[in-house]
Design a protein around this ligand. Structure first.
Ligand code: CMC
Length: 428
């Protein structure tokens, strides 16, 4: 923290605004004095607004750097397991071997869901989008853990984090199994986190010897790590805002899942594949690019609000993508089309001038398709992985005093006017 100040002058009167330095990244100007001056700040899309102080994740969009608790994302993705990353997000440091064993054990102990929860699945149509199901069933967990959950109790908060991280793969796989009309698979706790998820997704009760492929398991675990957290993005801010009211944390995470679903955020990985379907084949790429340039459509999986040079997650994901496609010997025309599109976009001045690069969702969609995950499950997998980030932010918020999040607005509606009886109202 520094004692630098900015001066705001309004109607000839000066207000001192403290400038607060973080450990990395731009300093912030504390704008509470605006209120004293009779003004609010106006920043649609939160382009320059830091509503919170956080120690979890740092992004330098210009440098293409992403650090979780200080650790670079490529080092984490290439060396750590997702659950170790989740531990670091929650606790501040990577676990030592004892802490790791204890945390992994706790996660394994909580992978099951209450049997009554199955009934919720039966309420959905078989063709319901799995993200819709996830919003519903994760929100429904709040009914199972409410009466005895005290969010001001540290132990209760910690067990909530464990439960959520442990149960998300189970619920995600159940939403897939339900759509296929196949029986739910109970978690296998002799498998690691990624293996267990793949098992619950793809095994059937007859597959007694089912063992997921190692390359696919590693790729899955990396996908989880690369999606684990991304500081104050739309869904995390949603979780924090919902949490700031003291709401049940399972309901807060359901709100995060809803925010993630949109195609500008987590829904982009699904939208990439839909876009590839629409383009059809490599010959149609130039025509599609014209539509992008005339702003008829966006090139899904490209561009990012924060990364304006490259997305460090996309770099690791691209390597994994090559690894998976190579190892599985996959020769899918859609994947060829994706690679052609990437090449053309990276060279086209429209994209170069606007700093539009492939983001994490471009490659994750391709890998997920290659390993046989249906498109509609892509964002579900993102939500499974992001749960560790969401809950870390929720925990961070609850570990210190906080205010309810309550933004203000620039009002441009009608000024005060009197009520008119229905028979006297003019037709518009
Ligand atoms: N395709 C074509 N043009 C684009 C794209 C795109 N994907 N993204 C941005 N632009 C253009 C945009 O039209 C604008 O051009 P101009 O200045 O000529 O009007 C310029 O680039 C700046 O765009 P912006 O909309 O101001 O950028 P933003 O920071 O508000 O939006 C974004 C960021 C991610 C919403 C946007 O790039 C986008 O919609 N991308 C496609 C969806 C996508 O892949 N989202 C996943 C993001 S990564 C996963 C996650 O963290 O959620």
């Amino acid at each position: 923290m520094a004692d630098n100040q900015a001066t705001l002058t309004v109607d000839g009167k000066d207000y001192q605004l403290p400038i607060i330095e973080g450990t990395l990244g731009p300093s912030v100007i504390e704008v509470a004095a605006f209120q004293k001056a009779g003004y609010w700040t106006y920043d649609p899309g939160f382009m320059a607004t830091a509503p919170v102080e956080s120690k979890i994740t740092f992004i330098d969009g210009g440098k293409g750097e992403l650090l979780h608790r200080g650790y670079p994302i490529d080092q984490l993705a290439n060396n750590a397991e997702y659950l170790e990353v989740a531990y670091a997000l929650i606790h501040g440091d990577l676990p030592n071997s004892e802490q790791k064993a204890d945390f992994f054990k706790k996660i394994r102990e909580h992978t099951g869901v209450h049997d009554q929860l199955r009934k919720f699945f039966e309420g959905f149509r078989r063709d319901a989008h799995p993200m819709a199901i996830m919003v519903g069933v994760v929100g429904a967990l709040s009914a199972f853990y409410h009466e005895h959950l005290d969010v001001s109790n540290e132990e209760h908060r910690e067990i909530t984090a464990i439960r959520l991280i442990a149960k998300m793969p189970t619920l995600a796989a159940m939403s897939y199994k339900y759509s296929r009309g196949e029986p739910f698979m109970y978690p296998r706790n002799d498998f690691n986190y990624a293996e267990n998820f793949l098992y619950m997704m793809f095994a059937t009760p007859g597959d007694v010897d089912y063992k997921p492929n190692d390359v696919i398991t590693r790729a899955m675990d990396k996908i989880f790590t690369l999606h684990a957290d991304h500081e104050q993005n739309a869904s995390t801010s949603t979780v924090r805002l919902a949490g700031s009211t003291g709401a049940n944390p399972y309901a807060c995470i359901a709100a995060g899942i809803a925010a993630l679903w949109g195609p500008s955020h987590g829904g982009a990985n699904e939208a990439v594949l839909e876009m590839l379907d629409e383009i059809g084949s490599v010959e149609n790429v130039p025509e599609f690019m014209e539509k992008v340039k005339s702003r008829e459509v966006k090139l899904m999986g490209f561009g990012h609000r924060v990364y304006k040079n490259f997305d460090p997650r996309a770099q690791v994901m691209k390597e994994t993508c090559d690894e998976v496609l190579g190892a599985l010997g996959i020769n899918d025309p859609k994947l060829e089309l994706a690679m052609a599109l990437e090449k053309i976009a990276l060279e086209d001045p429209f994209f170069v001038e606007r700093n539009l690069y492939p983001n994490v969702d471009f490659y994750s969609g391709i890998i997920l398709k290659a390993i046989g995950i249906p498109t509609s499950m892509f964002t579900v997998i993102f939500s499974l992985a992001r749960t560790s980030g969401w809950i870390s932010h929720w925990l961070e918020m609850h570990s210190a005093p906080f205010k309810i999040g309550r933004p203000r607005q620039l009002y441009t509606g009608e000024t005060r006017r009197d009520f008119v009886k229905v028979e006297d109202r003019k037709q518009k």
